[in-house]
Design a protein around this ligand. Structure first.
Ligand SMILES: Cc1cc2nc3c(=O)[nH]c(=O)nc-3n(C[C@H](O)[C@H](O)[C@H](O)COP(=O)(O)OP(=O)(O)OC[C@H]3O[C@@H](n4cnc5c(N)ncnc54)[C@H](O)[C@@H]3O)c2cc1C
Length: 312
């Protein structure tokens, strides 16, 4: 019996911690990713606070279940066979507070909402994040960035819950931030539960203007109306992925319903019914052509997870 099967069988144990609507079995991950792609998760859990999360993690450890963490699903490509084991979604972990020049945000708060909250409280430094989809937990994990800003500059500390249900606090230096990298990407797996963001006082109107300017630039350049996960590839040293893909004439190129956006070649989009297999084939073909022409290895920025669909 696989661990995934165990996860389904342990439904009863989770139901003593969470309400019925916080537990979903065989939940299609396509519903929880901005790509709209992904097979079912065996057991999808929505803890609403730290205590529920702690108890969920305890069961996961006691039953040796594999688990995966999802925020807003804005940087995820889930394979068509789905995810075996438990998926912990932080979407219900909410809470935003101002403490002087700091903001304390629960992991499931949307990044855009936290940026707006900062603006309303006259705190500057988070304008870059106003248009980044997903949660602050996901942004801290990914070290999300835009327009010269990056989470690494504003995260003062992060509280995490380990797989054994214990909480740790890491300050910025301990998070080992680098370009689209954080310590949370390395084992052991931990759920970021809360972030303290350090900002500086600023004029709310100026902050608003900067945010509006960034958002206008996004709308002009990015296919925000399409289903995507943002830039599919990391920026290779000394190059721009989108520019190379465009130079290769690949705008609009597709495999099934997975396509290179004709608005921004760095964005791969799901035109409707794309499968993960289509998207992976498209990613592979782009990587091959870029390698051949430029000798550059494009590395996906999107996190690719889950299992291939088994043939019947
Ligand atoms: C239209 C569009 C535009 C985008 N623009 C940008 C941009 O300008 N800059 C940028 O950097 N990104 C951009 N992205 C990508 C995406 O928005 C960011 O990476 C975002 O921070 C992901 O957050 P999320 O909550 O959706 O994470 P998810 O996609 O849910 O997860 C991403 C990774 O983070 C982990 N994770 C999530 N939450 C937690 C947690 N609480 N604890 C531990 N691990 C966690 C997951 O396990 C996964 O490995 C864009 C995406 C879209 C769709």
């Amino acid at each position: 019996m696989t661990n995934g099967m165990n996860a389904c069988m342990n439904f009863e144990r989770f139901s003593s911690i969470l309400k019925k609507e916080q537990i979903r079995l065989r939940e299609p991950m396509a519903r929880h990713t901005t790509f709209g792609i992904g097979g079912p998760a065996d057991c999808f859990l929505l803890p609403a606070d730290r205590e529920e999360l702690r108890q969920v993690c305890e069961v996961i450890r006691e039953e040796s279940l594999p688990f995966f963490i999802v925020g807003g699903g804005a940087n995820l490509l889930v394979r068509d066979g789905g995810i075996r084991g438990v998926v912990i979604c932080t979407g219900r972990m909410q809470g935003l507070q101002q403490e002087g020049c700091r903001i304390v945000a629960a992991a499931g708060v949307s990044t855009a909402k936290a940026a707006r909250f900062a603006m309303e409280h006259g705190l500057s430094g988070m304008e870059f994040a106003g248009g980044i989809p997903g949660t602050v937990g996901g942004a801290a994990f990914m070290n999300a960035g835009a327009y010269g800003g990056e989470m690494s500059r504003i995260v003062a500390s992060a509280v995490t819950c380990g797989a054994d249900g214990t909480f740790h606090t890491y300050d910025r230096e301990q998070i080992n931030y680098a370009y689209r990298h954080s310590r949370f990407m390395e084992p052991p797996q931990e759920v970021v539960t809360e972030l303290t963001l350090e900002l500086t006082p600023g004029d709310p109107e100026e902050i608003r203007r900067r945010m509006e300017d960034f958002n206008a630039r996004r709308h002009e350049k990015q296919p925000l109306e399409a289903r995507s996960a943002g830039s599919t590839f990391k920026r290779p040293e000394g190059h721009f992925a989108g520019a190379m893909i465009e130079e290769l004439g690949l705008k609009g190129f597709s495999v099934g319903d997975a396509a290179v956006s004709s608005k921004h070649a760095g964005f791969l989009i799901n035109k409707g019914k794309a499968t993960c297999a289509d998207m992976l084939a498209l990613i592979g073909e782009i990587q091959r052509r870029v390698r051949e022409r430029y000798g550059v290895e494009l590395e996906p920025e999107v996190q690719i997870i889950g299992e291939d669909r088994k043939e019947a």
